[in-house]
Design a protein around this ligand. Structure first.
Ligand code: F6P
Length: 324
């Protein structure tokens, strides 16, 4: 392998730049070339490439988003699109690529590898933490810190006005952000897709909360929660059934995806970037590099795509105990 391409794909997440920096510099360290592929797979199809040396990634370790930009490419889902992408890689003498992204990005890489035998390594980058084969995805830790910081602020108003707040957080179909940030921010209840709490239990818990002397409450709801009502519908429902509550809703949205990466995400990005390049140089392909029990470990990309990241059940119990 003489030249490796690197791209970011799908939703951006804090730490992607630190990972790009690590990939580029590991290539330089091993005296091979590195090409930045802009706008994910769409840029691969359109030949939006730029050579990257170690100085091209100065001062980006602390930046959120991705300097390579990102996209979700529909064209890459077609055989024709992938053929164009492959032609471009060959034209630029790129021998392998590292894709930083989530499940959809890995699926794209896997199909591409099956069609052309092209070496691919994945680095998990998404705030959702919904990828099998790693305890942490890039950006997850930063997003948790952002959410906790914001809920701390919301708590000031909740407690000053004796209000109940429903705070909706991201996570797509997973409840990792909600569960962990909820515990970290001291939420009274946490609603996640992995556990169907039911409306009756929610009301019961809010009643108990009030009876125990709490004057305000924070309920964190994951955007993918399956309780059947969104945060605004929940507000109406609770107000109808418990008129004593003054309820407000806060949807945190994309602010959770931005900002300077935490130290944890920067270190993780650096470790994963080095491992991704060195795995390719060892002649391996079709792996995701991840963090398992604090060690950098390889998981076959196919397994990473098919497997399901699990919620830590013990955390649900902890949350129930510490929120009484
Ligand atoms: O996967 C990251 C994520 O931010 C999810 O948490 C959220 O559901 C989704 O992306 C939002 O996507 P978009 O930015 O395309 O609206």
């Amino acid at each position: 392998i003489k030249k490796i391409g690197v791209l970011t794909s799908g939703g951006d997440s804090p730490g992607m730049n630190a990972a790009i920096r690590a990939v580029v510099r590991t290539c330089a360290f091993h005296n091979i070339e590195c090409t930045g592929i802009y706008r994910g797979y769409q840029g691969m199809i359109e030949g939006d490439f730029k050579e990257m040396g170690p100085r091209s990634v100065n001062n980006i370790i602390n930046k959120g988003g991705t300097i390579l930009k990102s996209a979700r490419s529909k064209e890459f889902m077609t055989a024709e699109g992938r053929k164009k992408a492959h032609d471009n890689l060959i034209k630029h003498s790129i021998d392998a690529f590292v894709v930083i992204g989530g499940n959809g990005s890995f699926t794209g890489g896997l199909i591409f590898n099956k069609e052309f035998g092209f070496p691919v390594i994945g680095i998990p980058g998404t705030i959702d933490n919904d990828i099998y084969g790693t305890s942490h995805t890039l950006g997850y830790d930063t997003a948790l810190n952002t959410v906790v910081e914001v809920i701390d602020k919301i708590r000031d108003t909740a407690s000053s006005h004796n209000r109940l707040f429903f705070v909706e957080v991201m996570g797509r179909d997973a409840g990792h952000i909600a569960l962990n940030a909820g515990i970290g921010a001291g939420a009274e209840e946490i609603l996640i897709p992995e556990e169907d709490m039911g409306l009756d239990r929610l009301l019961d818990s809010l009643r108990k909360s009030k009876a125990s002397g709490k004057s305000s409450s924070i309920v964190v709801i994951a955007e993918g929660d399956k309780i059947g009502k969104n945060a605004f519908e929940l507000k109406d429902y609770v107000e109808e059934n418990m008129p004593e509550y003054d309820v407000r809703v806060s949807i945190l949205g994309h602010m959770q995806r931005g900002g300077s990466p935490s130290c944890f995400d920067r270190v993780l990005a650096s470790r994963l970037g080095v491992k991704a390049v060195e795995t390719l140089l060892e002649g391996k392909s079709n792996y995701m590099v991840g963090l398992i029990k604090d060690e950098i470990a390889l998981t076959p990309l196919e397994q990473a795509v098919k497997g399901k990241s699990q919620i830590d059940q013990e955390l649900i119990r902890v949350s129930d105990i510490v929120s009484i």
